[in-house]
Design a binder for this molecule. Structure first.
Ligand SMILES: [Ca+2]
Ligand SMILES: [Ca+2]
Ligand SMILES: [Ca+2]
Ligand SMILES: [Ca+2]
Length: 376
């Protein structure tokens, strides 16, 4: 109430007192939002006044500077709703909420104080400022990690106001509420089971706020979580041991075989690079692996007569440094690339014409480095 209003009311009060007396006080209690014309109370009866007296005394309502929500019907001697009363607009979160006004009569002047308490109706849902909120949470976040959420508002008061929250589903997160000094609650979402991007990359939860009215009203907010990748999976080769054959003297660049490793992670955490790990033999001079494709190609001269079998030790690494290894066994296939070498060990220079059949004439030794069918 402004100072000016206060002064006016005091002046009025004094002037009324000087001419008449205060005859009483009546209180009513009505719910908010009653329609225009609804009955507030039978004021003539409650004040013990005659309808005729109301008319002759020119009974009227005095509200000072306040809006007139209630009117006096002199014909019926009743107070009626003149304008819809919104408790929330009138009093906000203040309780109790009441209208105070006077009924003034003249000849002689009389003065009555009326109080109309406006009770709350549950006509507001708990509501969230935003319909959804987004989080990006790493799958490496540990249990107990907290995420602050914006609470809901309910304009009603008491039991019709905000009472509690629920969060669903409950697989990974639990709700934690903190009471604040102003009576509001801080809402926190607490990680109770670590996330797994490889299992679920997008999670949608619903935070529901409820009041305690009858019927109960609620409001919801969607919580959208994008699970960020952590490098928690190593590359894995499709086989531990690969087998391949290569024909000796195959040209350089010949594709021997391909290896492949997969990584369940995302982005660079899943980018696999292949490399040959042999150190003590000549495998690196013979074979090369494409670091991106896993294709193994010949880069040296394969000679069956030198090496019949190679073991290539391969490693797959992701960009985060996790690895797997495998072996590629390469069998060299022989080709007939060696002429038999014939050495005459001794021979008789002269063969007598009467030599008997079966006489050894020459001894030869045949050596062939080839194998199997390639030997004469
Ligand atoms: Ca209300
Ligand atoms: Ca409510
Ligand atoms: Ca990885
Ligand atoms: Ca991952």
């Amino acid at each position: 109430m402004s100072d000016r209003t206060m002064t006016r009311q005091v002046l009025l009060f004094i002037s009324v007192l000087s001419l008449s007396s205060v005859h009483g006080q009546v209180s009513y209690s009505i719910p908010e939002e009653m329609v225009k014309g609804s009955l507030v109370g039978n004021i003539a009866q409650d004040l013990g006044l005659d309808i005729k007296r109301l008319k002759s005394g020119k009974a009227r309502i005095y509200t000072g500077d306040s809006a007139e929500y209630i009117e006096l019907n002199k014909e019926r001697g009743v107070l009626l709703i003149k304008e819809r009363i919104d408790r929330e607009a009138l009093c906000g979160q203040t309780t109790p909420c009441a209208l105070h006004f006077q009924i003034i009569l003249e000849n002689p002047m009389e003065f009555y104080t009326i109080t109309v308490e406006i009770t709350d109706v549950n006509d507001n849902n708990p509501s969230f400022e935003k319909s959804d909120v987004q989080f990006k949470i790493s799958e490496s976040a540990v249990s107990g990690a907290k995420f602050m959420l914006d609470g809901a508002m309910d304009l009603d008061v008491g039991i019709n106001g905000l009472q509690s929250y629920t969060l669903k589903p409950t697989d990974n997160f639990a709700l934690k509420l903190h009471n604040q000094a102003d009576g509001n609650k801080n809402v926190e979402m607490v990680l109770k089971k670590p996330l797994d991007r490889e299992e679920l990359e997008q999670i949608s939860l619903i935070l529901t706020a409820v009041d305690g009215g009858e019927p109960q009203l609620s409001g919801t907010m969607q919580i959208l979580i994008t699970v960020l990748d952590a490098n928690d999976n190593p590359p894995v080769f499709t086989q531990h041991i690969y087998k391949a054959t290569v024909t000796e003297h195959s040209p350089k660049g010949t594709l021997v075989t391909s290896v492949s490793a997969s990584d369940a992670d995302h982005g660079s955490n899943s980018k696999v690079t292949y490399s040959v790990r042999n150190t003590l033999d000549d495998v690196r001079e013979m074979f090369d692996v494409n670091e991106d494709s896993g294709e193994i190609r010949l880069i040296g001269n394969i000679d069956y007569e030198k090496t019949r079998r190679f073991q290539i030790n391969l490693r797959a690494s992701d960009d985060g440094g996790l690895t797997d290894s495998c072996k590629v066994i390469v069998e060299v296939v022989d080709t007939n690339d060696n002429k038999p070498n014939i050495n005459i060990m001794s021979k008789s220079n002269v063969i007598s014409e009467d030599a008997k059949a079966g006489t050894v004439v020459t001894m030869i030794n045949i050596q062939d480095p080839d194998s199997g069918d390639n030997v004469p």
